[in-house]
Design a protein around this ligand. Structure first.
Ligand SMILES: C[S@@+](CC[C@H](N)C(=O)[O-])C[C@H]1O[C@@H](n2cnc3c(N)ncnc32)[C@H](O)[C@@H]1O
Length: 248
């Protein structure tokens, strides 16, 4: 039976790869490499660099263009449509993998967190047009890297942490939570909430040579983060940032 290995590659530094991931990488015959356009060329290159660095056997790779998500209209319907289009791309590529072959998908960070690969793979299984078994190999998430770089635990003793998106935080501080980790924030949501009594631990391009870290009282450092984020985007052509905000 065809195998599909979904391998978490860590969020930034190629040294984040685990021993289990290296073993899995060395089972793969064909890597399926997404191409998300110019802005994400660096991420594509990083995946290829990981293959070159860790794979000690012959392998090939197939690039596929990731369709663009419609930004106008209903968000959830657009995401569902987008996932269906990606599922079709996976299906086409998987049918080209020999029936006893192993395909690999390298997922940024860990596949369990704000990544739809596993949902898309489940939908492929449901459609049942291509037979395969799949395995998931965990990776180090941007959230773990953020905590390590700032040398902080994520939670206060016995307290929960909410991991959410910039879009959600912009709607207001979630009730009954003291600590929030924010990902996928294209709208500087930390500037849209009341900063009183909040501290922030922010990081962009974590684990890469372009890494930037800022921490402090939100009111005091918000402008510095906005400025450093803009500069980082200008210098790199794109920016990925994650932050933790908690009540002081
Ligand atoms: C689509 S999610 C993928 C998360 C990934 N699966 C993980 O485990 O970290 C992309 C978001 O992750 C965060 N992120 C990923 N890599 C990052 C990095 N190296 N530095 C800062 N944030 C990062 C950013 O919030 C970005 O918008």
């Amino acid at each position: 039976m065809r195998q599909l290995l979904i391998i978490g590659i860590g969020a930034g530094d190629p040294d984040f790869i685990t021993m289990q991931a290296i073993k899995a990488l060395n089972r793969v015959d064909v890597f399926l490499i997404p191409d998300k356009g110019d802005e994400k060329q660096a991420l594509k290159q990083l995946r290829l660099d990981i293959c070159d660095r860790y794979v000690e056997r012959e392998f090939s790779w197939r690039e596929f263009c990731v369709p663009k998500r419609e930004s106008e209209g209903d968000y959830k319907a657009n995401v569902a449509q987008w996932h269906a289009e990606i599922a079709e791309a996976y299906e086409r590529l998987l049918t080209e993998v020999p029936e006893d072959g192993v395909a690999g998908l390298l997922v940024w960070g860990d596949p369990s967190l704000y990544d739809s690969t596993l949902r898309i793979v489940d939908s492929l299984k449901e459609r049942g047009r291509v037979a395969f078994e799949h395995e998931v190999i965990p990776g180090i998430t941007a959230v773990q890297v953020l905590a390590a770089k700032h040398r902080i635990p994520l939670n206060r003793i016995g307290e929960p942490v909410l991991v959410t998106t910039g879009r959600k935080l912009a709607q207001g501080w979630p009730s009954e939570v003291e600590t929030v980790v924010v990902m996928l924030d294209g709208e500087l949501a930390f500037t849209k909430i009341d900063p009183t009594g909040l501290e922030i631990f922010w990081g962009a391009h974590l684990g890469t040579p372009s890494e930037v870290l800022v921490s402090g009282d939100l009111a005091a450092v918000a402008d510095e983060i906005v400025e450093k984020r803009a500069r980082s985007r200008a210098e790199n052509g794109w920016v990925m940032d994650t932050y933790l905000i908690r009540r002081t």
